[in-house]
Design a protein around this ligand. Sequence first.
Ligand code: NAD
Length: 367
Amino acid sequence: MTERSIFLLPGDGIGPEIMSEVKALISHMNEKDGANFKTDEGLVGGSAYDAHGQAISDGDMEKALAADAVLFGAVGGPKWDDVPYDVRPEAGLLRLRKDMALFANLRPAICYPALSNSSSLRPEVVEGLDILIVRELTGGVYFGEPKTITDLGNGQKRAIDTQVYETYEIERIAGVAFEMARARGNKVCSMEKRNVMKSGVLWNDVVTATHKAKYDDVELSHMLADAGGMQLVRWPKQFDVIVTDNLFGDMLSDVAAMLTGSLGMLPSASLGAPDEKTGARKALYEPVHGSAPDIAGKGIANPIAMFASFAMCLRYSFNMIAESERLEKAIATVLDSGVRTGDIMSDGCTQITTTQMGEAIRKAYSA
Ligand code: NAD
């Protein structure tokens, strides 16, 4: 059977704690299911800075580029607050995204039935929620030029950011969204601001044309991004896949995150273009949360976002759909049984540690 290579970058803070729970599952899958994962491990963020003076070394960057998938924990912490800007912990993640050309960010918002009371919205609004936000990650206003602050010399300054998109960038992110929708509820809602932005007009045109040319079996709708934000908190279950640009995606995915209750539950994937020969995409999987320095080393971090990120890795990088669903079901089963880490603790449940949660999920996976 072909070898499946995963490059592990646990990072800083709680990153190594949650990663070690997933590593134990990977070993288990190799031993019991013959999954044939081959893992290697590197340093990223503050730990890489301490070792190499860089947020990721060239050697580890090469390994990330060569692997079938990269599994990333979290980076950062107060220890590195004063390191030079271009080697700060986040620079490691930004370099990975740039060098691997990861233009599509996938953030599912799934509300496990057992946690429907943890959301700030009413349980009936979020129970059973399963939506996917596909955000363009490498273009738009975060990267467009000019990007300047100019002193106007009269006590005033002028700041400029440039929102810029080209056809190919919109086509390829729309393609990802339509393909994802085909494997889910077959619906895509595209969000932009065509009423006030030229980039919104082009976005709308290109998504519509891409749909007509290649994906007209998928149901497509369009919504202005501000209305989309409102609809996300009014009745989020109306959506299946939402596709949007870098700026709106940044905000809308955080809104969607809160629907599910806790940061410790949210996975994400970032994908590149398919390889011309093999069709495989470069891919990095990571929890949405950061390195949580306030609880690092205490053994109480919630490892579920890390497990759920690995479930996305199984699905999108290795096409191991059954195993991915089995892992997602194992998470739901464990939550149904009433055990919780501190961040998702509620009345009547039993609080457990990171390791105990990891063990419970692996046990449910094997059952
Ligand atoms: P954070 O996500 O690390 O933590 C926010 C709060 O949520 C904290 O109270 C934390 O204890 C809690 N939390 C987060 N994940 C949890 C988990 N798995 N289990 C239990 N509780 C959890 O965000 P922050 O405090 O703003 O940032 C801390 C550091 O992480 C900073 O250095 C920041 O730059 C970095 N950061 C990194 C990433 C990344 O690596 N992708 C993302 C966001 C922030």
